[in-house]
Design a protein around this ligand. Structure first.
Ligand SMILES: [Zn+2]
Length: 467
């Protein structure tokens, strides 16, 4: 097995607590796992046994980030309809755009998105694709993930009833058959790089009996259920009008709120719903940039944490962010809670790292296996260059990582012991060619659909698709 030694950097083990820094420290990797982590120079025995040595002087060495919610097909649609609330944004950009995408477009869009995640330091990505215009869109995304080497958990999204857009609705039979096929094809083991889970899009687009069936199957198949919940006030009102209950209460009422469930957003949860979620052991995924971008609201993350609700962090799709920069997400997570509570100590960098790492590992069902630098953990590691004018001097590396660094500072990325980016250059993929291919494919896609992307964008797209 190949061995790799990283030495001389500022090592953040993030192993159960987030205060420790080895400065300098070392990490020794054998095969796909970490074998040793420690302070000071690496012991001579490890140096002698290393096939390759990376000098990490001036760099922060941390676990790879987990982006716990995105929709990578949207890389081709980003920037198309800025400045709109959720439901109008879906109608103006995402639905019409997704309808004209081919399987090849899905592959390229996802490849671009996984590469962006990788370059910005996310070694694990939870992607929810909810456009099943071809059964092979999901395979195309899985193949793109496999091509990049990113650890991917793919929530196979669906909606199976009104009022969700009729062009994207499926039958419950289709949803079950296709998800089973994908799980059998890709989930060969709990640590395989690409796995599938259920991805009911939103409570208001899914039938009650389907949600109950997939909840049962998720337990049987040992996978999760990934769903948007209480993202906007409008959706909460829709739920009350239809069921007499807010969305989390309704999930509890139909008997499916439990620790298999990953609830994305939770912006408008009330106190009692937070208690229900805490008791159920469900996870919430927080997407601060998307919540700002779509003006959805600012969720009570500190209240979730007070109740011990596991929380992961995410960018959300490139259509509502518009980037995949998880380091930017760390900063906004802290700042938005300070702003909401008017308390500068609402969240510390260590709290944010705990959500990103322990919460992130939990979202991937890989607790303890990723999100920490410790013997036995999978070697998913990033090196962030801290010797830059906007970061140096570094007093507290945790603070530098959360408040100063951005995705462009990520220097080296290792997943399962394999170096996928070294000193800013991808080792497996021709980045320039990929970007050019994507630009060409996206332009051809819009030309085929007769969409003119001029400013103001919404004016050119809306009349065509409102019919
Ligand atoms: Zn989303």
């Amino acid at each position: 097995m190949t061995t790799l030694l990283i030495e001389g950097g500022m090592v953040l083990p993030c192993d159960g607590e987030y205060r420790t820094v080895h400065r300098p420290g070392y990490v020794f990797i054998r095969g796909e796992r970490i074998e040793a982590v420690g302070a000071g120079p690496a012991p001579e025995g490890l140096r002698a046994g290393a096939d390759e040595i990376i000098n990490a002087a001036g760099k922060i060495v941390a676990p790879g980030l987990v982006n716990a919610h995105t929709h990578l097909f949207q890389t081709f649609l980003r920037g198309l309809a800025d400045d709109k609330p959720l439901l109008e944004w879906l109608e103006a950009a995402i639905w019409p755009g997704a309808l004209v995408m081919t399987e090849e477009n899905f592959y390229l869009a996802a490849l671009l998105g996984f590469v962006e995640n990788l370059k910005c330091g996310a070694t694990s990505v939870l992607d929810q694709d909810y456009v099943q215009t071809s059964p092979h869109n999901a395979d195309a995304i899985a193949e793109a993930a496999a091509r990049t080497g990113v650890r991917a958990f793919l929530a196979r999204g669906f909606a199976d009833r009104d009022p969700y857009h009729p062009s994207f609705q499926e039958t419950p039979e289709q949803v079950l058959r296709e998800t089973e096929r994908l799980v059998k094809k890709w989930n060969s083991g709990p640590e395989s790089l690409v796995r599938f889970e259920f991805g009911p899009l939103i409570p208001w687009g899914c039938r009650q009996d389907t949600l109950q069936t997939i909840d049962r199957l998720a337990h049987e198949w040992n996978i999760g259920v990934h769903i948007h919940l209480s993202e906007t006030r409008e959706e909460v009102q829709m739920s009350i009008d239809e069921t007499g209950m807010t969305p989390a209460r309704w999930l509890h009422h139909i008997g499916v709120l439990n620790d298999r469930w990953q609830l994305v957003h939770g912006v408008w949860l009330d106190e009692e719903e937070m208690d229900l979620i805490a008791n159920a052991g469900a996870l919430i995924v927080h997407c601060p940039v998307s919540n700002m971008y779509l003006a959805s609201g600012n969720p009570a993350v500190t209240e979730w944490r007070r109740r011990g609700i596991p929380t992961a962090l995410a960018t959300d799709g490139p259509g509502s962010n518009n980037s995949q920069d998880m380091l930017e997400v760390l900063k906004f997570t802290a700042c938005l809670q300070k702003l909401r509570t008017l308390d500068a100590m609402a969240l510390f960098p260590e709290d944010v790292l705990e959500m990103a790492y322990a919460g992130g590992a939990r979202s991937m069902f890989l607790d303890g296996k990723i999100g920490r630098l410790a013997p036995g953990a999978l070697a998913d590691i990033i090196l962030v260059n801290a010797m830059r004018p906007h970061i140096a001097p570094v007093h507290v590396p945790q603070s530098a990582l959360v408040y100063n660094a951005n995705g462009n500072d990520v220097d080296t990325v290792i997943i399962g012991g394999k170096i996928l980016m070294k000193e800013g250059r991808l080792t497996e993929i021709d980045e320039r060619r990929l970007v050019e291919d994507c630009q060409r494919a996206a332009e051809a896609m819009f030309a085929r659909a007769g969409i003119q992307v001029n400013s103001p964008v919404q004016a050119s797209i809306l009349p065509r698709f409102r019919q």
